[in-house]
Design a protein around this ligand. Structure first.
Ligand SMILES: Cc1cc2nc3c(=O)[nH]c(=O)nc-3n(C[C@H](O)[C@H](O)[C@H](O)COP(=O)(O)O)c2cc1C
Ligand code: SF4
Length: 335
């Protein structure tokens, strides 16, 4: 029988050893960056708090490879050399608390994939490669290519949106070019992984992508929703787990690199159920926004703050209004 995975176990991802199996997935901090996409003190303190809270690994929020690819004007950027020193401050704060950190490399989307010329695709590819190389220079332990949630690489991967008639009709071709460019410019210690849709549009495509990306050399797969929230509610596995977490568990059966599962993991029991389903790492997103000390508390067997699953997450609007955090503060004041 396979040994039971403990939340406190480290996981080896390429050259990087996590502190435990809890990863804080990328979550954009709206309203923190200016239009120049530069890191502010608020970013540094946010990531320092998450690292001091005991996370095994942090994947920093979607950081854009070009000003045109931003979701909003106040998203972090990595399109210019003068953005590197600010990003380095985050890395130093997180490393100072003993936690490894990857950076999510992002481009929003294009209006019409079919209308892009080969030259335009090459320029997007080069922007991704340059962004990853800057992340390496800033000291990140690795990068996560953003390949799901309807964004650019996801548009390429999903056959419903990719109707091109050239080699890029296979979305993996662009990812391979990006991967090769980054690998050629970095040492083998620098980790390259991807956030991928489990259902793109179905689980069989998600599994196909995962196997091909492992064969390409990518070192981890952080599994989430695909294009426009593509998901298969009938995906096999424990019905208490979210569809992407079930998809992640199915994908982990077909690859040997670490797979991460996400969505709605709020308690130690939730996290253990995900590990029991077979994945190597559990992502804890909004519950760590509510309580940055979630990993440390849960690993000690103490109750931690948990996300209340609001219809619209206030962290997209005004974090001070997050009801989960307000409740936690009230509880802490009473103690
Ligand atoms: C405020 C906010 C910002 C997010 N930003 C990103 C992002 O930058 N990149 C990404 O891949 N997912 C992003 N997500 C999705 C989260 O990484 C995660 O998949 C989602 O919150 C579900 O996990 P949870 O239930 O543990 O929160 C974001 C989610 C929230 C709530
Ligand atoms: S605002 Fe609501 S959904 Fe967002 S982290 Fe707080 S409790 Fe969770």
């Amino acid at each position: 029988m396979a040994p039971v995975k403990q939340l406190s176990d480290p996981v080896q991802i390429g050259s990087v050893r996590t502190r435990n199996r809890i990863c804080i997935p990328p979550m954009v901090l709206y309203g923190h960056a200016g239009e120049d996409g530069m890191v502010t003190d608020a970013h540094v303190e946010h990531y320092r708090a998450l690292a001091e809270g005991g996370a095994g690994l942090i994947i920093q929020e979607a950081t854009c490879v070009s000003p045109e690819g931003r979701l909003r004007q106040d998203q972090l950027g990595i399109w210019a050399e003068d953005q590197v020193p600010g990003l380095k401050r985050i890395v130093e704060a997180v490393h100072g608390a003993g936690c490894p950190i990857f950076l999510q490399i992002h481009h929003g989307a294009v209006r019409d994939l079919s209308a892009l010329s080969a030259l335009e695709i090459e320029s997007l590819r080069d922007a991704f490669i340059d962004g990853c190389l800057r992340a390496c220079r800033a000291g990140y332990d690795g990068v996560e290519l953003h390949g799901c949630h309807s964004y650019l690489l996801c548009q390429f991967l999903n056959r419903r949106t990719n109707r091109r008639r050239d080699p890029y009709a296979d979305g993996l071709v662009l990812i391979k070019e990006i991967y090769d460019g980054v690998r050629a410019g970095t040492s083998p210690d620098f980790v390259i992984g991807i956030r991928l849709g489990a259902f793109e549009p179905g689980l069989s495509e998600g599994i196909g992508h995962a196997k091909a990306l492992e064969a390409m050399g990518l070192q981890f797969l952080d599994i989430s929703y695909g294009y426009a929230g593509e998901m298969d509610l009938t995906a096999p596995g424990d019905p208490k787990l979210s569809p992407p977490a079930r998809g992640a568990a199915e994908i982990q059966k077909t690859v040997s690199i670490p797979v991460f599962a996400v969505e709605g993991i709020r308690t130690r029991a939730d996290a253990e159920a995900v590990l029991a389903a077979g994945v190597e790492i559990t992502d804890v997103g909004r519950s760590a926004l509510v309580d940055p000390n979630w990993p440390e508390k849960v690993l000690r067997g103490e109750p931690a703050g948990a996300c209340m699953g609001c219809r619209t997450c206030q962290w997209r609007i005004d974090p001070a209004r997050c009801p989960g955090r307000i409740l936690l503060r009230k509880k802490e004041e009473k103690q």
